[in-house]
Design a protein around this ligand. Sequence first.
Ligand SMILES: [Fe+2]
Length: 311
Amino acid sequence: MNKSIISDWKPEYADNFSQVSLLLHHRLSETGLFTKERLSKLVDQYPSEKYNITTMGYDVENPLWREGTKEGFSGAEVIDAIERGRMWLNMRAVETVDPEYGKLLNKIFDEFEGYVPGFETFKRKMGILVSSPKVQVFYHADVPGQSLWQVEGKKRVYVYPNEAPYLKPESLESIILGETEEEIPYERSFDDGAQVYDLKPGEMVHWPLNCPHRVENEDCLNISVTTEHWTSDLRKQFAVNYANGVLRRKFGVSEPSQSTNKWSVYPKAAMAVGWRKLKLDKKNQVVRKVDFKVDPKSKTGIVDIDAYVKS
Ligand SMILES: [Fe+2]
């Protein structure tokens, strides 16, 4: 595709890119990479260590979710089960599974780097989410820079400020240290402070680093894409928050600074690297178990199985 991926970029967006949430329009569907037929083929070959298939509870304030497996079924059967059931399939790091998506991912970020002076990205990643009608993704925050692209179906996306009470520093540290799987405390009243987007096919949202968000699908199958990236600034913030998490937990420091000026960041970056190498915090890490499998014949699209730990 020779056309730009973003169809409505304006030069003034560069002024506060990644500082405020931004809704843009895109041409991902014109690539042909996100049709049901193309995705069925992709699902067929998707390695088990790179996807999550997840079903979830109904209470937005009480996040409950379960991990499953799609083994034994074709991509078309899995997508059919998702369309009738209550789950999402997240194919992570799709650029490592099929190079066509890798080319697209690079085109996307090369384009943004052309638009925004000084924006230089690395560790770019793409995920594809195929999700059932009416499912939700609970309130959570992600560690890298994030964008959500809608290709098919509609969903409501709530984006919250990346500061207390929406995101307390200790919650962010827990995510970064791997103590929690991205979920953080949520109260309904937070919605008053959210920016709400009813995302339609051809729209995408990019929000500032670590902004908590949650998603509710409308009553239709959704095909969405997530992109992730790092920049040197994001890496500095990660190092500071990682080290702060260690200082707070292991050394009793109650209010460590989130400053990323060089006198704060260099020792903390060294500490983050050292601590990760020691793996002293391994025992607190979340263990994921699989306890259902996709079953296209069942009414809900899934069936329970004996739980096992996913490698
Ligand atoms: Fe997310």
